[in-house]
Design a binder for this molecule. Structure first.
Ligand code: URA
Length: 195
């Protein structure tokens, strides 16, 4: 297990990383999930979105954000003036947790080197974390999304610094649509940086 995580840190390409993850046996979630949900969109994109973990629809299709939250994420991407062919999308956890429960801290720690290398390989100009779990796992903040959203944070890959920003998770916006206004503020700020 430790060696697979070590190998992830140096996977030379996205394809190599995907193969490593498909062969990885150190995360229990893999055994209850239908399949690996690696990523969607364009690996050359300038902006990368990272969510929490696949849900039911994603587990079936093998692609991130294809269910209801995914439809809203598409609208968030459109608010930046882009679509999925000009954005890249992945999750911190690549296997669906049973019944969509929140991943445990241990599961998150086990999977973290994969998404970290994933980000390093895509090397976007802007990294957008969606919601608390993704933001806390990747940006190392302890504060909640209300405080962290919309603030630019340096994300250090070890070789490069990427501009990162958190915004609300689309599933949260579906439950609390009044926060869409703030999220759209964040998206406008992202569009500006990408200009
Ligand atoms: N929620 C997430 O965080 N990721 C998905 O892929 C789908 C829903």
């Amino acid at each position: 297990i430790a060696s697979a995580r070590e190998a992830a840190r140096t996977a030379p390409t996205l394809e190599a990383l995907r193969t490593l993850m498909e062969n990885f046996d150190g995360c229990a979630l893999k055994h209850t999930a239908t399949r690996l949900v690696f990523a969607d969109g364009n690996p050359q994109a300038r902006v990368m979105f990272v969510g929490e973990a696949p849900g039911r629809d994603e587990d079936i299709e093998g692609l991130p954000f294809v269910g209801r939250s995914g439809k809203l994420l598409d609208r968030m991407i459109a608010a930046i003036g882009l679509d999925r062919s000009k954005a890249y999308i992945a999750n911190v956890i690549p296997w669906r947790p049973p019944g969509n429960r929140t991943p445990t801290p241990q599961e998150t720690q086990v999977c973290l080197p994969f998404i970290q290398r994933h980000i390093e390989l895509v090397n976007p100009d802007v990294l957008v974390t969606l919601g608390n779990p993704s933001t806390q796992a990747l940006l190392g903040t302890r504060e909640g999304i209300m405080r962290t959203r919309g603030k630019w944070i340096d994300y250090d890959t070890g070789t490069r610094t990427i501009r990162a920003v958190a915004t609300f998770h689309p599933a949260y916006l579906l439950r609390s649509p009044s926060y869409k206004r703030l999220s759209w503020q964040d998206l406008r700020a992202i569009a500006k940086v990408l200009q």
